[in-house]
Design a protein around this ligand. Structure first.
Ligand SMILES: [Zn+2]
Length: 146
């Protein structure tokens, strides 16, 4: 969803709160080729409000794959479950790094569904994580808010 509907002060709050990290795949804005978006967790089209508790910082990849999704199938059970909600849930409760922090594993049905739906292990991300890990720049520290 376009950021033009989000007041500048609210955008600043979301960017600052996320410490420059995609709230889904943990990409760092400082190592991303494109600027990150402030996205509506519950889409505006589904009645999501433009309020701080419904906004998250997202890289372009996660934002594009998430689009208007709010739920997706758990790849293990096939049950449709809610996607990860960065304001209501803690990242570490649903996801974990694996293999030198190259891959994100989903720990819960919501975690697994979100990894799949947002393609949080996209090949280009895995390559970048490997290089950043070797340079001791990855994974990023967990923001206090999550
Ligand atoms: Zn991302």
């Amino acid at each position: 969803m376009s950021e033009k509907y989000i007041p500048a002060g609210l955008r600043r709050l979301v960017r600052s709160r996320a410490s420059g990290i995609c709230e889904y795949c943990r990409s760092q804005v400082g190592f991303a080729p494109q600027p990150f978006s402030v996205e509506h967790i519950k889409p505006r089209a589904a009645g999501g409000q433009t309020t701080e508790d419904n906004l998250a910082l997202s890289c372009q990849g996660c934002n594009g794959h998430k689009h208007t999704k709010e739920e997706a199938p758990d790849p293990i059970t096939g049950s449709v479950v809610p996607l990860y909600h960065p304001r209501k849930q803690r990242w570490r409760d649903h996801f974990a790094w694996r293999a030198g922090a190259k891959f994100i594993d989903g720990l819960t049905p919501t975690g697994r569904a979100t990894v799949e739906a947002l393609r949080m292990n996209r090949p280009e991300l895995v390559n970048l994580r490997e290089v950043l890990y070797a340079a001791q720049k990855h994974p990023p520290a967990e923001p206090d808010t999550q």
